[in-house]
Design a protein around this ligand. Structure first.
Ligand code: APR
Length: 250
């Protein structure tokens, strides 16, 4: 492994542009559950179709709203870990050299100080309207949205429109600007680091293929095998909190 780390660090030192795609695994060492861990993952305990789709929210807004409210509350008690901080520190030492693309909605990269995070799946701490509201573009711009209560998502007091978490649910389009910027970063990078993701959700996982097709060296950092190992030039079996500080220490 040490030889691989040295080799990958050499690739990174020679890369003018680095792209990094992260998933739930980079927040695992902050104590945030991942989605597909067989024992502790969210999808080991809940059905995604019951919690992470628009249909689920329309069917049972109270259940979905409360699940996100509980996740938001839990995230108040966690901190960025050495992996998040290593990325942010690198970005500040080498401005513009690393483009950070994340599937995570937990805001931990942003709290660690990473600039310009491309949050492909949104941000759990932000809200949006379930249906367009004629009175205000966003709930936070409205002066007449009721307070959230357990089991009751906030509504617009005038048009009755419900507020939902500003995260991308299954079957929904990703934010077009963030996705376009991520695709551009994948196409122009010399090295793509794929960290803490099972690599099973597209279009995010497709960024590794796009980088590879454009001639980049793809590096997977994960303690377990992933769907993207096959496109990787190097696979580093280990945790992000241990490996990212080593890889980005220059
Ligand atoms: N360091 C690095 N990787 C880790 C660590 C760690 N400490 N702990 C776990 N992992 C790895 C797991 O081995 C797994 O490959 O992180 C990955 C987490 O995979 P998932 O739980 O599937 O999360 P992710 O790939 O981010 O899911 C993508 O799916 O449900 C949707 O919208 C959700 O953004 C999410 C998307």
């Amino acid at each position: 492994m040490a030889q691989h780390i040295t080799e990958v660090q050499h690739w990174l030192q020679n890369a003018a542009h680095i792209a990094m795609l992260t998933g739930a695994g980079v927040s695992a060492e902050s104590g945030v559950p991942t989605f597909r861990d067989a024992q502790t993952g969210y999808w080991a305990r809940f059905k995604p179709e019951d919690l992470a789709t628009e249909d689920a929210f329309r069917r049972d807004p109270a259940c979905v709203w409360d699940w996100y409210a509980e996740r938001r509350s839990n995230l108040q008690h966690v901190q960025p870990n050495p992996g998040h901080r290593a990325v942010a520190d690198f970005q500040h030492r080498h401005p513009g050299r690393l483009t950070l693309i994340t599937q995570n909605v937990d805001g931990l990269h942003q709290r660690a100080g990473s600039p310009g995070v491309l949050a492909l799946h949104g941000n759990i701490f932000e809200d949006q309207w379930l249906d367009a509201c004629a009175l205000a573009r966003r709930p936070q711009d409205a002066c007449h949205v009721g307070q959230a209560e357990p089991g009751r998502p906030p509504r617009c007091a005038q048009c009755g429109n419900m507020v939902r978490p500003a995260v991308v649910w299954f079957g929904e389009m990703l934010p077009s600007a963030a996705l376009a910027a991520a695709e551009q970063a994948a196409a122009r990078c010399q090295v793509m680091l794929v960290v803490g993701t099972a690599g099973v959700v597209y279009p995010a996982a497709g960024l590794a293929h796009r980088a590879r097709a454009a001639g980049a060296q793809v590096v997977v950092v994960n303690p377990e095998p992933t769907e993207l190992d096959e496109v990787a030039d190097a696979v580093l079996r280990g945790t992000s909190a241990r490996l990212l500080p080593l890889l980005l220490d220059f």
